[in-house]
Ligand binder design. Structure first.
Ligand code: SAH
Length: 394
């Protein structure tokens, strides 16, 4: 019978009692529970140093986050919980969304740590990010198929989290999965590559911010930097932007921008796509004295780990300063960051300092966050990762 009890070091139970779901390897008592004795993904009971039961979860000795808590009833297992938690996640989305396009399961926040599911009507894109969830692949597909009609699933298991868990990256499908997926966002229809796209294939987290920004673009010359497949750009054009310039370095994404503009009947002459490095494009636009009335900046995470903070910060500073240079007085500027380590106040500060240097006056119109299909776990700041600010820049 393998050991199934994890004991924490003295005083290491407080964060768990406060509702946090992660236990780090250095918090575990090696005399009472040696991580070497456990299998990756094995179910465990977690006890405080004194013996009090704290919760159950699964362990991975290969990962710095050694245990993820799943629940607080000693007699339940992950298999018991899966369908219940998925049903609760689905109920939340059905309450908020009228169409079946959303992130259905957001890992820790929806109390299934390590599991991401994006729903594109009857096609699902799933990421199994931990050894504990990787073991449940078939149970997950079965449970979700009991709750909603599922034609096919693509497993986008090529994440960095899997590497940290010692799991192999793999992309595979079950059932019927078309090459391209379709999303309905407002009155837009948008296409993307399912197995070959970035992340799960779609950035649902930015959906409300895209819609908000697009609504401010009527009659304006708009620049969408880090566009991915052009959801924001197509929205801005639909809302009456006079001209839209779209920048992304991914050839695949830019090919899909062309398709999405065509699908949404955006006239060819009213937009331009530039497939190139954003820093170079912004630099060359500044040299040519190009100006826009509205700019969106949505870069990839420049600070993936804490130790990248300074270099990442410098990249955000440079980018935001370059973008501000291109704004007409009275311009709208949406600047976002999906780096969990960069706080909203730090993002505001970056832009405030750039404006001071350039003698521009800023007014904050809105703070932006991940959409409600990416709920935030109140005890886990790690789940609160996407932030943005919309400014008017005079
Ligand atoms: N705004 C998009 C999501 C952007 S994700 C949306 O709402 O859907 C970040 C994008 O930046 C990706 O599409 C990626 O291809 C692109 N990218 C990454 N590095 C880049 C660079 N140096 N220059 C231009 N684009 C880049």
């Amino acid at each position: 019978m393998p050991n199934s009890k994890i004991f924490l070091n003295k005083n290491q139970h407080k964060r768990i009692l406060a509702g946090h779901l992660w236990i780090f390897s250095n918090e575990i008592n090696p005399e009472k529970s040696d991580l070497k004795d456990f299998q990756p993904g094995q179910p465990v009971h977690v006890h405080a140093h004194g013996g009090t039961f704290l919760g159950h979860g699964y362990v991975n000795p290969a990962s710095l986050i050694s245990v993820r808590i799943l629940g607080y009833q000693a007699n339940e297992t992950l298999e018991d919980l899966l369908e219940k938690r998925l049903a609760s996640a689905l109920a939340l989305r059905r309450d908020i969304y009228s169409k079946p396009f959303y992130r259905l399961m957001f890992s820790e926040s929806d109390l299934l740590p390590g599991l991401i599911i994006d729903r594109f009507d009857q096609v699902l894109s799933i990421q199994l990010n931990t050894a504990g969830m990787d073991r449940q692949r078939d149970t997950i597909v079965r449970a979700v198929s009991n709750l909603l009609p599922v034609d096919g699933v693509v497993f986008k298991n090529d994440t960095r989290s899997r590497v940290l868990e010692g799991l192999k990256p793999e992309i595979s499908t079950t059932g019927s999965v078309p090459e391209t997926g379709t999303v309905r966002e407002g009155d837009l229809e948008l296409t993307f590559s399912l197995a070959g796209g970035q992340k799960t294939g779609w950035y649902y987290d930015q959906s409300p911010n895209r819609t908000l920004f697009a609504g401010m673009c009527a009659g304006k010359k708009v620049l969408d930097v880090f566009s991915y497949v052009g959801a924001l750009a197509a929205g801005a054009a639909r809302q009456g932007a006079s001209h839209v310039v779209v920048v992304d370095s991914s050839r695949q994404a830019m090919d899909l921008v062309h398709q999405n503009m065509a699908i949404n009947r955006i006239p060819q002459g009213s937009w331009q796509g530039i497939c190139s490095d954003a820093f170079e494009v912004l630099d060359s636009m500044a040299r040519d004295s190009e100006r826009f009335h509205a700019i969106s900046l949505d870069p990839p995470a420049f600070i993936k780990r804490k130790k990248d903070f300074q270099s990442g910060l410098a990249a955000y500073q440079k980018l935001n300063s370059m973008a501000m240079e291109l704004l007409h007085p009275g311009g709208i500027f949406m600047s976002c960051s999906c780096s969990q380590h960069l706080k909203l106040s730090q993002l505001v500060d970056i832009i405030r300092k750039a404006a001071l240097k350039k003698k521009r006056h800023l007014r904050i119109l809105r703070f932006c966050h991940q959409g409600p299909d990416h709920p935030i776990h109140p005890a886990m700041d790690e789940t609160n990762y996407l932030k943005g600010v919309i400014f008017r820049v005079d």
